[in-house]
Design a protein around this ligand. Structure first.
Ligand code: TYD
Length: 257
């Protein structure tokens, strides 16, 4: 489960104005330095990316457990979803009965879920100094809609700037594995879910073909090449324990956690 904060207080001003919240800040003319200095220290925003079945959820769970054992405050969340509204959007996006969705509509829904998620969950948690572990973020849109659906990088980055204030993760862990291995694992997992009454149908993307996932992986690796400081490619072919050890080392090295 991915708990989400549901606070009445609006953090929109922090989101718009904080240099701490935005690594490449959009600073509107009305945003005075006084407001910026009122903003509390930012937590850490860590995103996990990779193909379906790359083992993100297992790694996020392990990392959350380790960080909490060190006494750190951790929020775990995901996209699409992470808020009540986002979870409804998720159902539309992932249910295999959703037919005929255009690539642009798909991208718009991913960003609608994300904008709400940033507003309602991510920025409030960062403002409280928490470590936010997020299962997928805008790199997923660049890889799946930009690469997989061939919409290109430009509209994704433009929408990210407009709708997400260009919020950048402090660190992105890209779990990399061969397409055949990851997708087969995701399909196996979903076949298992299908036989369980309580599980939701989240199969729409797994029905895509090998070429689609090849483009997704290619787009992910291109992001890592473009932003080597932020995006760390982690070989996901090892055991969950081995991959976790690599990720913990990254936390120590990159974030001094
Ligand atoms: P997820 O639940 O992370 O799937 P998995 O556990 O199989 O990795 O993500 C759901 C699907 O949504 C996944 O197939 C990728 C897709 N997706 C996009 O296409 N674009 C996006 O921006 C996001 C966030 C997800």
């Amino acid at each position: 489960m991915y708990p989400h904060h549901n606070r009445g207080k609006s953090f929109f001003n922090i989101y718009q104005c904080s240099e701490l919240a935005l690594s490449r800040p959009l600073r509107p003319a009305h945003c005075s330095p006084a407001i910026i200095s009122d903003v509390p220290a930012r937590g850490k925003f860590i995103t996990f990316e990779g193909l379906d079945g790359s083992g993100k959820s297992t790694q996020i769970e392990k990392l959350a457990r380790s960080l909490r054992a060190h006494g750190l405050s951790v929020s775990v969340t995901r996209e699409p979803g992470g808020t009540a509204t986002g979870e409804k959007i998720r159902e539309v996006l992932l249910h295999s009965a959703t037919a005929g969705l255009s690539p642009l509509t798909e991208m718009a829904l991913m960003f609608a879920s994300r904008a709400q998620h940033i507003h309602e969950v991510i920025l409030p948690a960062l403002a409280e100094g928490r470590i936010v572990l997020c299962d997928r973020f805008t790199d997923s849109t660049e890889a799946y809609q930009g690469g997989g659906r061939k919409l290109g990088i430009k509209p994704v980055l433009q929408l990210h700037e407009i709708l997400c204030g260009n919020l950048q993760p402090d660190l992105t862990v890209l779990l990399d594995n061969e397409v055949a291995f990851s997708v087969e694992r995701a399909r196996r997992r979903n076949r298992g879910r299908k036989n369980s009454h309580s599980a939701k149908d989240e199969n729409r993307f797994e029905q895509e073909n090998r070429a689609f996932f090849g483009r997704v992986r290619h787009a992910y690796l291109a992001i890592a090449e473009r932003e080597p400081q932020r995006v760390q490619v982690v070989n996901a072919r090892g055991t969950p324990g081995e991959t976790h050890a690599i990720i913990m080392e990254l936390m120590r090295k990159k974030l001094k956690i």
